[in-house]
Design a protein around this ligand. Structure first.
Ligand SMILES: Cc1cc2nc3c(=O)[nH]c(=O)nc-3n(C[C@H](O)[C@H](O)[C@H](O)COP(=O)(O)OP(=O)(O)OC[C@H]3O[C@@H](n4cnc5c(N)ncnc54)[C@H](O)[C@@H]3O)c2cc1C
Length: 446
């Protein structure tokens, strides 16, 4: 068996994720091979030792935060074997750069892709701005090698049957990453299972052709009406992403980019194209909905797009910095609702009586409204507000998580959306793969 790290000073560096939830653990394993991962899991089963899988800890839900027991870090499972075969601990952005240098493309692009791992993105069925066109991680994973919670090593693809009964349930008809997928094969069950059923040690991924050209625009809309008129017509022009930043988000951005105009919201659009960039139909539409045409930023090269992405990425990072300064945990929504209910959700968000910042994947009607409590009292109020918003999103036919998953912090919200008998069915399934209940104890459901 590999020797665990027991030094609290080393372990301390692994106890928090981006939600700012702090955990504790007695042992840290850093296996460098699938066989070592299997040894650790078999030992944990024998000892009844709780084990939490932690990759890059960019989760916003407390999912990789241990509450006692042992931690398994995937940091040493970090080899890119070929353009389509990677270890679970490889950084997603690093892998994507390798793929793109060969003229191929792996589309899923969580904003955190340069900080998160391939295995973490699979475990959360992560999404990104390009999910609007290409979907989340799920369709881009062809197979995985995983060590199940009982220490069995499996290779799972879409022909691999699930050896345990999987509860049937109908997910909301929106982009969603909440709960165990109602899968008929082992691969789809593992994708999005938040490290509860096994450790993804290696994955075979699907690639597509690198788009020849991308037109990127940052546009500013002065009114809510303009935004709601813009979205259905923009969707018809088939961009690959429509991202939004609200007025308060623009204030935060202004700290880094001084000449940002005042507007109700800004949208970041990316349009893949061949030949000349299709600027005319977009400017016709922007003019129709009253966008600030003179302030529109149009970029056709990769480095310009990277600069705009850096601004986009600075937002969640700035929010997380504020939370750390305030000494509180993240209270950020991850709801997606059907497109025809987006206006209602935005109206509810506008009415939130607390400092907040809203941004996200508006093309998928999926926004992150981040409440910014300043102390423990406001944190409690923010959580109560959040719960009411979650209930409203579910009533609209939406999901409590479009991409971040449930983790430790959103279990009560999952229960608003998923019937208790389904959650009971997941417990039964979990007991079969994980008899001692060691892996990810307390994540997704109790
Ligand atoms: C600034 C910022 C922006 C973000 N933007 C996005 C976004 O646009 N879209 C999005 O979807 N998410 C986003 N996230 C959330 C987060 O980055 C993703 O959920 C990411 O997939 C987590 O990967 P990780 O390697 O950090 O995993 P961790 O946070 O370490 O773990 C996440 C979960 O996956 C499990 N896990 C990790 N590795 C494995 C493995 N090999 N096998 C089995 N289980 C495993 C863990 O146990 C845990 O349950 C963002 C986070 C931040 C901080």
């Amino acid at each position: 068996m590999i020797e665990p790290v027991r030094d609290p000073a080393v372990i301390e560096g692994y106890l928090r994720d981006a939600s700012n939830l702090l955990g504790h653990a007695e042992l840290l394993f850093r296996p460098a091979s699938t066989a070592e991962v299997a040894e650790v899991l078999r030992w944990c089963q024998r000892e009844g030792m709780p084990l939490t899988v932690a990759a890059r800890r960019t989760s916003t839900t407390g999912a990789p935060v241990p509450m006692g027991g042992a931690l398994l870090s995937t940091e040493r499972l970090a080899t890119v074997h070929s353009l389509t075969e990677v270890d679970g601990g490889v950084l997603l952005g690093e892998y994507q750069s390798t793929v793109e240098a060969s003229g191929r493309f792996f589309p899923p692009d969580p904003t955190s892709r340069h900080e998160c791992s391939v295995g973490g993105a699979i475990a959360c069925n992560a999404s990104g701005s390009r999910t609007f066109k290409y979907g989340p991680m799920r369709p881009w994973v062809e197979s995985v090698e995983a060590v199940l919670a009982d220490g069995t090593v499996v290779t799972a693809d879409r022909d691999t049957p699930v050896p345990w009964p999987v509860p049937r349930w109908v997910e909301p008809a929106v982009k969603t990453a909440a709960g165990l997928y109602p899968a008929d094969n082992l691969l789809d069950l593992l994708i999005g299972s938040e490290g509860l059923l096994g450790v993804v040690t290696r994955a075979r991924l699907r690639l597509t052709a690198l788009p020849p050209n991308v037109l990127t625009m940052l546009v500013f809309l002065p009114t809510r009406e303009g935004l709601l008129q813009f979205l259905p017509r923009a969707r018809a022009l088939a961009p690959r992403c429509i991202e939004s930043f609200d007025r308060q988000a623009l204030e935060l951005i202004r700290g880094r980019v001084p000449d940002v105009p005042t507007a109700d919201c800004a949208l970041l659009l990316e349009i893949e194209h061949e030949g000349e960039p299709p600027i005319e139909p977009w400017f016709d539409l922007l003019s129709d909905v009253g966008a600030l045409l003179d302030d529109t930023i149009v970029v056709t090269d990769d480095s310009g797009r990277a600069r705009l992405h850096a601004v986009r990425h600075a937002l969640p990072a700035s929010v997380n910095e504020i939370l750390i300064q305030n000494g509180v945990q993240k209270v950020g929504t991850d709801f997606a609702v059907p497109a025809d209910r987006l206006g209602e959700l935005l109206a509810l968000y506008d009415a939130v009586p607390m400092r907040s910042v809203c941004f996200g994947h508006i093309g998928d009607s999926h926004l992150h409204k981040n409440l910014l409590p300043r102390n423990a009292e406001e944190l409690a109020a923010a959580r109560a507000l959040y719960f009411d918003l979650a209930r409203a999103a579910v009533a609209m036919g939406g999901t409590v998580s479009g991409e971040h998953g449930i983790g430790r912090l959103k279990k009560s919200h999952l229960a608003l959306m998923v019937p208790p008998e389904v959650i009971d069915g997941w417990r039964t399934l979990k007991r079969q793969v994980d008899p001692a209940g060691v892996l990810g104890r307390g994540v997704m459901f109790d």
